[in-house]
Design a protein around this ligand. Structure first.
Ligand SMILES: Cc1cc2nc3c(=O)[nH]c(=O)nc-3n(C[C@H](O)[C@H](O)[C@H](O)COP(=O)(O)OP(=O)(O)OC[C@H]3O[C@@H](n4cnc5c(N)ncnc54)[C@H](O)[C@@H]3O)c2cc1C
Length: 332
C-alpha cells in the first residue's frame, strides 16, 4: 500500500501486539465490520518468527515456518484495510481507561508519540523467552534455534525427541521438571546443563530433595561447568564447549530458562489480575479480570501467550476469535 496509513482519533477496537493472536483479532474485527487499529513492534518480535517448522497448523501437512505463517496472516489482514489499520514498527507505551469507558492508547510510530482511543482494547503482547547467555551474549544460540536443533517448547517440539540424546539448558526447578517431562517423548537420554549454576539453586530444601531424587531415579545427570560456546552446526548436532575445555555432543538441545519478559506492565497498570506464573487472568471469553474484585474489566480483552501458559498458535487464534466475537456481540 503506497504511503503511510492515516490514523483516526477513535476505533472500535485497538489491538496491542500483532503476532499470531493480534493479527487474528484484527482480521476478525475487520470481517465483522468494525474499525480497528493494530499496533505492532514488528513480526521479528513474535515468538514464532524464528521457529523453522510448525507441525500443528491445519492446512500445512508438511509443516510451515513461523515467519511464513505471519506473512500469510499479514496478507489476509490487507484484505480488510482500510477499516483495519496496521501500524508497524510501532510500540505501545501505555493504556488508560477513561471515565467514558474508552481506552486511550499511547504508542510510538514514525519517531513520534501518538494517541488514539478504542471502545474496546485487546492486549496481544505475547511473552519473550529467556535465552542462554554465553560470554555475555544471547546470539550464540540463534543458529541452533533457527535450525530447530535447540527447542524451547515441549508442546511444540516434544514429538521430535524420540531416540534422541537431549541436553536441557537450565539449573532450577523449572529446568528439572522440564527434563523429567521430556521423558514422556522417549528420548535416548536427557542431561541437564546448568550453565555454571548449582543444580536446583534457589529451591527450598524439600523441593531440592524431591526433584534431585526424581532426576536420579530417572537417570538424568547434570553438568554444572560453565558453557563457553556451541559447535557442530554443520552436522546438525548440538555440540557444547565447556569452560574446562571439555566438549559434549547431543542430537538436540532444549532451553528451559523460562521467560525474559511476560509483558505485565500494561496489564498491571490497567488493574488486571495476574496469576502465580505471571500470566493475565481472563474469563472464557478472554475478558481481562480485575485484580480488585475478579470481575471482567469492561471492554478489555487479553489473548494469546500473554493470557495463559498454553502458548500455542491455534490457541492464540482461538482466543483472538473469542475475544472479538464477544466484543461484537456484547460490547460494541
Ligand atoms: C522456538 C519456538 C517454536 C514454536 N513452535 C510452535 C509450534 O510448532 N506450534 C505452535 O502452535 N506454537 C509454537 N510456538 C509458540 C507460538 O510461537 C506462540 O504461541 C505464538 O507466537 C503466540 O502468539 P501471540 O500473538 O500471543 O504472541 P507473539 O506471536 O509472540 O506476538 C506478540 C507480538 O506483540 C508485539 N509486541 C510486544 N510488545 C509490544 C509493544 N509494547 N507494542 C507493540 N507491539 C508489541 C511483538 O512485536 C509481537 O509481534 C513456538 C514458539 C517458539 C519460541
Amino acid at each position: 500500500m503506497p504511503g503511510f496509513p492515516r490514523l483516526r482519533d477513535t476505533y472500535d477496537v485497538v489491538i496491542l501486539g500483532g503476532g499470531h493472536a493480534g493479527l487474528a483479532a484484527a482480521l476478525k474485527a475487520g470481517l465483522l465490520g468494525h474499525t480497528a487499529l493494530l499496533i505492532d513492534r514488528g513480526p521479528k518480535y513474535s515468538r514464532s518468527y524464528y521457529a523453522p517448522k510448525l507441525d500443528n497448523i491445519p492446512g500445512f501437512p508438511e509443516g510451515v515456518s513461523g515467519h511464513k505463517l505471519l506473512d500469510l496472516q499479514i496478507a489476509a489482514l490487507r484484505q480488510v484495510e482500510p477499516s483495519v489499520t496496521y501500524v508497524t514498527p510501532a510500540t505501545a507505551t501505555g493504556v488508560v481507561r477513561l471515565p467514558s469507558g474508552e481506552y486511550e492508547v499511547a504508542f510510538d510510530w514514525l519517531a513520534r508519540r501518538h494517541g488514539v482511543r478504542g471502545r474496546a482494547a485487546v492486549l496481544a503482547l505475547g511473552v519473550v523467552d529467556r535465552m542462554p547467555v554465553i560470554g555475555g551474549k544471547i546470539d550464540p544460540i540463534f543458529p541452533w534455534a533457527n535450525f530447530g536443533i535447540v527447542d524451547f517448547c515441549i508442546l511444540c517440539d516434544g514429538h521430535t525427541l524420540p531416540d534422541r540424546t537431549v541436553a536441557v539448558l537450565g539449573h532450577d526447578a523449572f529446568a528439572a521438571r522440564t527434563a523429567l517431562d521430556l521423558l514422556h517423548f522417549r528420548p535416548k537420554s536427557v542431561e541437564l546443563l546448568t550453565l555454571g549454576r548449582a543444580l536446583l539453586e534457589g529451591s527450598s530444601h524439600e523441593e531440592r530433595n524431591e526433584l534431585a531424587g526424581r532426576l536420579a531415579e530417572k537417570g538424568i545427570g547434570h553438568v554444572d561447568t560453565e558453557v563457553v560456546g556451541f559447535d557442530e552446526i554443520r552436522a546438525k548436532r548440538f555440540g557444547v564447549k565447556f569452560a574446562d575445555g571439555s566438549r559434549r555432543t547431543y542430537d538436540k538441545g532444549f532451553s528451559a530458562l523460562g521467560w525474559y519478559d511476560q509483558h505485565g506492565a500494561i496489564p498491571r497498570s490497567l488493574g488486571c489480575r495476574i496469576d502465580d506464573e505471571g500470566f493475565v487472568v481472563t474469563d472464557e471469553d478472554c475478558r481481562a479480570l480485575a485484580d480488585e474484585d475478579g470481575r471482567p474489566i469492561p471492554g478489555l480483552y487479553c489473548v494469546g501467550d500473554l493470557r495463559n501458559g498454553w502458548n500455542q498458535i491455534p490457541e492464540a487464534w482461538a482466543t483472538a476469535e473469542r475475544a472479538i466475537i464477544h466484543a461484537y456481540a456484547y460490547y460494541l
